[in-house]
Design a protein around this ligand. Sequence first.
Ligand SMILES: [Zn+2]
Length: 328
Amino acid sequence: MKLDLNLSQFPTTSVGSFPKPDYLADARRKFYKKEISREELLELEEKATREFIKMQERVGLDVLVDGEAERGDMATFFAERLDGFEISEPVRSYGNRYYKKPRIVSEIEFREPMTLHFFKLAQNLTSKPVKGMLTGPYTMMDWSFNEHYSSREEVVHAFAKVLREEAIELQKAGCKIIQIDEPALSVRSDEIELAAEGLKMVVEGLEMYSITHICYGAFEHLAPKIHLLPVDQIDLEFAGRDFELLEQLRGHEFPQDVGLGVFDVHTHKITPQKEIEKNLEKALEFFRPEQIWVDPDCGLKTRTLEESEEGLKEMVEATKVFRTKFEK
Ligand SMILES: [Zn+2]
């Protein structure tokens, strides 16, 4: 639902995750080895969240995130906090990365708020809006083993139901912008209708501006159907593929706002302000100015904290210059 969010033109934000500071990565390892308590870990996650907010304020972003200090894998995090799951031993995702895949073994049920604590903590530290961040029902389905439900549709519906409960909790806590990530959709354009149904079940009737982030995949198949996603904004990677996505979108409807990824997050090189200004110009070949939000291509958790801050700073400065071209 489009709200009057009272933001600058071309609002700047980040996609969600920030790199874990060393002390937090250490603490998580110690926690898994049972060397420190849950409370000790929580204290350090809160400390990291406070630092993330300070960093985003320094940079001057318009819409903030809590930075996901408490999250590891984006699907397992939710599965561990819902009823109906057992968590598998680590499975290989790609290369040498492993994650614990959730197994659905009974009815998925909402137990208690999953993201509310860190949302509230972050929102209390800033006067700027903080985004609520969820992993979408389609991605939760695709990244879980299903040993209980009889179809993929049923699983998506079950996830949508509990994620809606979480969204309502966030709304009650004053959250005005909710981002529901669907990275799994990037390679499953044949199921975009199912993903759309799930997103609709989560956000329908809520008084929040809704975003979905999709990582780059086989976009030529997704582009013709992107208009089906019932959210206010689609957030996409543009910079990493040198804006070839604009070509793939050409001729297709794109009624939502766009979260325009203006710098690549898979490199140590900082994208300079001038280059980001050019990237913003390119977007105008396809999008109307009112549609455009500005952010990095993806979450920053694989970068260093210094790289994240520097990259975002260049982005904010580029956006300030870009805005002046539209002043009346
Ligand atoms: Zn991404």
